[in-house]
Design a protein around this ligand. Structure first.
Ligand code: WTA
Length: 572
């Protein structure tokens, strides 16, 4: 690689390399940019939308530039403000108020965003779900959060086990449906006709709840990561420093709002900064994404390695068919960014790809590459101002440079999760002394760059999606043919990892391709497509510890042909 090319671009930037390492940084400096710093009245929906709608110079600016195969739409800040006032009025009419959980299970349409802000405007907590979720995944999340209201569509409602969710009072259906007869259902179309465009926003405390994102760990069901309005400070600041957002940018974050990237950086960061935000519905293909970049003259683009790797495979010829000359800043998150992808970016787009590292739990970016920094391909970059990152051992002692250990962050940044819903002990388990422990293994070089090495637990990262092996194993053994199951992530050049399951069969079942496919489909249709194992292998037994825990590490060593290490706890 031509190292000169990964040197910073010249020109003016918001943050210099010296700033990134700066000591004595104070988040107070950022707070002055918010209206609540002067008025004392807080609500992130006001800061992101209404504040711009009240500004004569900004109100007619396009906030949301929507494009899907069958629908194109531009929504200004003023319109989005009024639309979310309407949805807030509907929610309030049906008794939704402060701290209530309202979930969104619907496609990425302009209505999603109007409802999302409506939820925040009444002071409630939003829970966005991936559209790909099937019954079990939906049930787990709505039950755990005790959601009172669900906003969904007639196509998706059939995956919601309404009768098994006692806390769920009402369901708003967007789109016409025959289910409307039931009292529990509310027609969005009927309500919106009547709903006022004026609404008295509910002022909240900065520590009040804003959002719950469910995410997977290595044990147990998905956990509800709970975020407060205060996170806006970091969403806004990293939008400036790392996304490098400027007044006239057109920005596109490709992430779905079911994933934290799709809310922190698909909603909050751009709109807190008053930027035109491209939202794209429909499926992924390299051609359609290039088209979106070209058509909307996107200037700043935040995407993921799994998509970038597909661009690389699609070849350089395709890129040259599109005019991508407006693109000036490109970023990535979710998985390790392969050095060859960085090379591809330099070769085809003449742009550096800026890696960023963070987690659902951290709420916003923590370790990043900013425009003014030299990029070291393969490294995640350096901590943003106000963040102390370190590599620690199991006791919370800092390790010296170049030594591998637990990547940890000193507690107390603005966007840190405030709780794991319903599970205080899980929350506590994230911390050693003053350190939030990420579960990622990494090392730091002499110059303070962090290098990702892998997960320390069994969490799988497939195409950027976090999948807990326990969830998949539990689902597999619900299939009548499966007796036991152990699930691992197997390295894959395009997807990062794929899900591989090892199973034993119940008596009376014979191994066959049809059976394996049926088992795969079973996971796909009852949990979700991304959780379905791409490979299933039948074994005579699954290795377990004497206490009955599945030894996934051993399965992985077998799969990769690695030494098996210590097997003293293996059951006879
Ligand atoms: C992984 C929220 C390498 C990591 C954004 C982390 C990364 C997990 C990177 C969080 C990166 C995220 N390089 N690995 N730049 N960014 N990860 O909560 O293992 O869905 O702990 O992502 O993704 O996953 P989550």
């Amino acid at each position: 690689m031509d190292m000169a090319k990964v040197q910073p671009r010249s020109g003016e930037h918001n943050l210099t390399d010296i700033d990134v390492q700066r000591e004595g940084f104070d988040w107070e400096e950022i707070k002055k940019d918010f209206s609540w710093y002067h008025t004392g009245k807080v609500n992130v929906a006001y800061e992101a939308i209404d504040r711009h709608a009240e500004n004569p110079h900004k109100k007619d600016q396009v906030a949301l530039l929507y494009s899907a195969p069958n629908r194109e739409e531009s929504v200004t800040f003023e319109q989005l403000s009024k639309q979310s006032n309407q949805t807030a009025n509907i929610l309030k009419k049906y008794g939704i108020g402060k701290s209530d959980r309202v979930f969104l299970f619907m496609p990425r349409t302009p209505e999603f965003y109007a409802n999302f802000f409506g939820i925040l405007k009444v002071g409630a907590i939003a829970g966005p779900l991936f559209e790909a979720f099937m019954e079990q995944a939906v049930r787990d999340r709505l039950a755990d959060s005790e959601a009172m209201m669900l906003i969904t569509t007639p196509e998706l409602i059939h995956r919601v086990p309404v009768k098994e969710l006692p806390a769920l009072e009402k369901i708003i259906l967007i789109g016409n449906s025959t289910d409307m007869k039931d009292e529990q259902y509310i027609s969005y179309e009927e309500e919106i006709k009547e709903a006022s465009e004026a609404f008295d926003i509910e002022w909240v405390d900065r520590e009040d709840g804003m959002l719950i994102h469910y995410t997977s760990g290595s044990t147990g069901k998905p956990k509800g990561v709970y975020h407060a309005h205060n996170a806006m400070i970091q969403h806004y600041a990293t939008g400036k420093w790392v996304l490098d957002l400027k007044e006239d940018d057109t920005y596109w974050c490709t992430a779905d709002p079911g994933w934290v990237t799709g809310t922190s950086y698909g909603i909050f960061a751009p709109w807190l900064n008053g930027i035109t935000n491209v939202i794209r519905g429909g499926r992924f293909s390299p051609e359609s994404w290039y088209e979106t970049l070209e058509k909307h003259q996107v200037t700043v683009w935040y995407t993921a390695p799994t998509a970038l790797r597909k661009f690389v495979s699609a070849g350089d010829d395709i890129v040259s068919k599109y005019d991508l000359s407006n693109l000036r800043h490109l970023l990535s998150v979710g998985e390790p960014l392969n050095p060859e992808v960085i090379t591809w970016g330099l070769r085809t787009l003449n742009l550096r790809i800026h890696d960023t590292w963070w987690m659902t739990e951290t709420g916003a970016m923590l370790i990043v590459n900013v425009p003014s920094m030299e990029i070291r391909p393969g490294s995640m970059g350096k901590p943003i101002p106000g963040i102390e990152a370190a590599i620690i051992d199991h006791e919370g002692n800092k390790l010296p440079p170049n030594q591998m250990g637990n990547l940890a962050i000193k507690k107390g940044w603005p966007s840190m999760m405030r709780a794991i819903w319903n599970n205080p002990s899980k929350f506590d388990s994230y911390f050693i002394k003053d350190w939030y422990v990420s579960g990622d293994s990494a090392y730091m070089d002499e110059d303070g760059y962090f290098w990702f090495q892998g997960r320390l637990d069994d969490v799988i990262n497939t195409s950027g999606e976090r999948v807990g092996p326990f969830e998949v194993e539990s689902k597999l053994i619900e299939h009548q043919a499966v007796s036991e199951a152990g699930v691992i992530g197997k390295p894959d050049p395009e997807r990062g990892e794929i899900i591989k399951a090892f199973i034993t069969l119940n008596p009376g079942y014979e191994a066959s391709d049809e059976l394996l496919e049926a088992i795969r489909q079973f996971v796909k249709t009852s949990l979700s497509a991304h959780a379905a194992p791409r490979e299933i292998e039948i074994k005579d037994s699954i290795p377990k510890t004497r206490s009955g825990k599945i030894m996934r590490r051993l399965l992985k060593s077998w799969e990769l042909g690695l030494p098996t290490g210590d097997t003293s706890t293996l059951e006879e």
